[in-house]
Design a protein. Structure first.
Length: 270
């Protein structure tokens, strides 16, 4: 009875998180990030690249956009005709811009981003536990098969097949889940791990790293009782994310240290 209860709990959580990962649609940028028809005409009719960059900079001046392209320009999507919010990327498979896009997952046939990243992590975690539970409960029958206690040929095939599949998926999911746990601890997406986000001062792979606890809260929220349940609890709306540079600039102690350094430089002879 205990085995059956644990099995069905893991099975329900596994199916629930998988369902949420599939059917939670990726969030797209809001209307204020889409350029108007007049701005679109002005941008497309302009042939000089430097003027085009200035047009985008004027449009994005009132938007909370801090990341830039490699050349220092505003990140703009020609296909969706919008200013990309921070950590937003265009998915070529879904043909839309996805907020805080991590990757397009073929296993769930959906984009993993701000709206369903927590569900995807829980899906990996419960899949690991599910495979581990199956392998652990079948292993004793594998020992009986190895010692010759199992005489039924079908039982042998079922035990070998079930144990092999469970162990194979467990090992593969373990590496994937461990990699995403490392990403969460650094507050990075898969795309940002391969290409660091670019700010006004240049690329910074730790630009969104706020510390281990705050990084976890960004994905799972502040209510710890909701962390293990596939219920939306991520912080923010997916358009703006706290940055390490802004947090340091708002720290009065760090600001005083910078002021002390400036004062010391002023006192030195030229």
């Amino acid at each position: 009875v205990a085995y059956l209860i644990i099995f069905h709990i893991l099975f329900v959580l596994f199916v629930w998180t998988y369902w949420k990962s599939i059917f939670t649609l990726p969030m797209q940028p809001g209307k204020k990030y889409h350029i108007s028809y007049a701005d679109k005409e002005r941008y497309e009719n302009e042939e000089r690249p430097e003027v085009q960059r200035q047009i985008l900079a004027d449009i994005a001046r009132k938007l909370p956009v801090y990341t830039r392209t490699v050349n220092g320009g505003i990140r703009f999507c020609d296909r969706c005709q919008l200013i990309k919010p921070d950590r937003c990327h265009h998915c070529s498979v879904c043909a839309i811009c996805v907020l805080k896009m991590d990757h397009h997952c073929p296993w769930v046939n959906n984009c993993i981003g701000f709206s369903n990243y927590k569900f995807f992590l829980l899906f990996l975690a419960y899949s690991l536990l599910y495979c581990l539970y199956i392998a652990a409960t079948v292993f004793k029958y594998f020992i009986k098969y190895w010692t010759g206690e199992l005489t039924n040929g079908r039982s042998k095939f079922h035990v070998l097949f079930l144990l092999f599949v469970a162990v194979m998926f467990f090992v593969s999911l373990l590496f994937l889940f461990g990699y995403h746990c490392w990403l969460v601890s650094r507050n990075r997406s898969t795309l940002e791990a391969f290409s660091a986000p670019v700010f006004q001062n240049g690329p910074d792979k730790n630009g969104f790293n706020l510390g281990f606890v705050k990084n976890l809260q960004q994905v799972f929220g502040e209510e710890k009782k909701l962390w293990l349940l596939p219920i939306a609890s991520s912080q923010g709306d997916g358009h703006f994310f706290p940055m390490r540079a802004l947090c340091e600039a708002q720290n009065p102690l760090l600001a005083n240290e910078e002021q002390w350094e400036d004062d010391g430089i002023d006192e030195e002879p030229h």
